[in-house]
Design a protein around this ligand. Structure first.
Ligand code: UGA
Length: 446
């Protein structure tokens, strides 16, 4: 909408509460720069509405941008993506359309979903023709606006027929309003769909690869940050996405890799499935390894100890908590009966509780002491007051510049810092008196 003032963009959703929020001053998600963009276009060429049928009828191009969560039941449970919502969109479009349209798959989907969408659309009884394109999204949360303004590439897949090529050209012309043409890649439908899963699998693989090395560093005295720098300066390897952490989270990596694993299994490619599954297993190992290390460093018991959890979002600059490593660490510490005081600048308690319940099945029924074991703080210094340990689980910039002298004074001694994101100044904190453990860093001799 911002870059194409001549195009009318309307976002429709069944959820009236969401649409209402998008039309208010309090947008439903936090993303740096998003509010400014929405405010500059809303009411001019950007609209949010629940009038789904009317807006579909008006549109030349319809983007299907619905969620495709991992199935929890039935065939492929725990791995396959549920494309139910994509199919429902296609059925609605087929029902309410009164003219030919281009339907763009924006959601992340298993390869060949476009075939299902196309066949559902073809069943309309009005003789309409629809072209289906795949146009996966590569933006990352926290940097969404920048990624959209200056994408590394735009990928558009379509049918290799004259109609398919014409549809591709039309969508290319929309992006050409702000994206240089050499960055717009066109492919067939299946390459485009599969590229999305493969891109996320490769990115997650880099994190799991460096995390596997972090464990080796801790055992050998090597320093994982030095290794990242040393290997990342080889342009064939590159320096991005080599930041060792307590484990990757977010709504995409795990889901998309499981989706890829399931695809491989479906085609009988068990070795390929196992290869990619290992990326997830390494991530699970990293999360549980971190908690185990915390407990063992705190004299093998966390029972009754107050632990300040700094950060709950799956990365900085977002309030998104889906699959966040922080929730896994909190769950494991809860099982040790530690008392957690959680602070995150963008995550409210209600959201934390939803995450515990949805991803980990932890709620007041399964954990009657939940409210005692997890306290949500709005002041980071309160969270640390009297704590035995601090665990940094999201790399928020503000955690780098806290008044650690003040925090140290208020804590129980010995005061531990467990840095799951490698953002604290280890030397400075050790000079203050903290015992600092950071991922993949040498631990001083006892
Ligand atoms: C990811 C991809 O980066 C996007 O390109 C893609 O479009 C998106 O998924 C999607 O499929 O929608 P996102 O999940 O928003 O984006 O966030 P990332 O920046 O990729 O981070 C994922 C996780 O990896 C975070 O928990 C992050 O902290 C962790 N990470 C990332 C590391 O632990 N180390 C790194 O070096 C980089």
């Amino acid at each position: 909408a911002k870059n194409c003032p001549n195009i009318r963009v309307c976002v429709v959703d069944l959820n009236a509460k969401q649409i209402e929020a998008w039309n208010s001053d309090d947008l439903p998600i936090y993303e740096p720069g998003l509010k400014e963009v929405v405010e500059s276009c809303r009411g001019k060429n950007l609209f949010f509405s629940t009038s789904i049928d009317e807006e579909i009828a008006l549109a030349d191009i319809v983007f299907i941008s619905v969620n495709t969560p991992t199935k929890t039941q039935g065939i492929g449970a725990g791995r396959a993506a549920n494309i139910k919502n994509c199919e429902l969109c296609a059925r609605t479009i087929a029902k309410v359309a009164t003219s030919n349209k281009i339907v763009v798959e924006k959601s992340t989907v298993p390869v060949r979903t476009a075939d299902a969408v196309r066949r559902v659309l073809a069943c309309n009884d009005k003789g309409l023709t629809f072209q289906v394109l795949s146009n996966p999204e590569f933006l990352a949360e926290g940097t969404a606006i920048d990624d959209l303004e200056k994408p590394s590439r735009v990928l558009i897949g379509g049918e290799e027929t004259p109609g398919g090529q014409a549809a591709i050209a039309k969508l290319v012309s929309v992006y050409a309003n702000w994206v240089p043409s050499e960055q717009i890649i066109t492919t067939n439908l299946w390459s485009s769909e599969l590229s999305k899963l493969v891109a996320n699998a490769f990115l997650a693989q880099r994190v799991s690869s460096i995390n596997s090395i972090s464990a080796l560093c801790e055992s050998t005295g090597a320093d994982v940050s030095e290794i990242s720098r040393a290997i990342g300066s080889d342009p064939r390897i590159g320096n991005r996405f080599l930041q060792s952490s307590v484990g990757f989270g977010g709504s995409c990596f795990q889901k998309d890799i499981l989706n890829l694993v399931y695809l491989c299994e479906t085609f009988g490619l068990d070795e390929c499935a196992e290869y990619w599954h290992q990326v997830i297993k390494m991530n699970d190992y990293q999360k549980s390894r971190f908690t185990k290390k915390m407990v063992s460093r705190m004299f093998n018991t966390a029972t009754g100890k107050k632990i300040a959890i700094l950060g709950f979002a799956f990365k900085k600059d977002t309030g998104d908590t889906r699959e966040t490593a922080s929730a896994f660490v909190c769950r494991d510490l809860m099982q040790e009966r530690a008392r957690l005081h959680v602070y995150d600048p963008q995550v409210k308690r209600e959201q934390m509780m939803i995450e515990f319940d949805y991803t980990l099945g932890v709620n007041k029924a399964t954990e009657p002491d939940l409210d005692k074991l997890v306290v949500t703080e709005t002041d980071v210094y309160e969270a640390c007051e009297g704590a035995h340990a601090i665990a940094v689980l999201t790399e928020w910039d503000e955690f780098k510049t806290l008044d650690y002298e003040r925090i140290y004074k208020g804590m129980s001694k010995p005061a531990f810092v467990f840095d799951g994101r490698n953002i604290v100044d280890i030397k400075k904190l050790r000079d203050i008196g903290f015992e600092v453990y950071a991922i993949g860093k040498p631990w001083p001799k006892e």
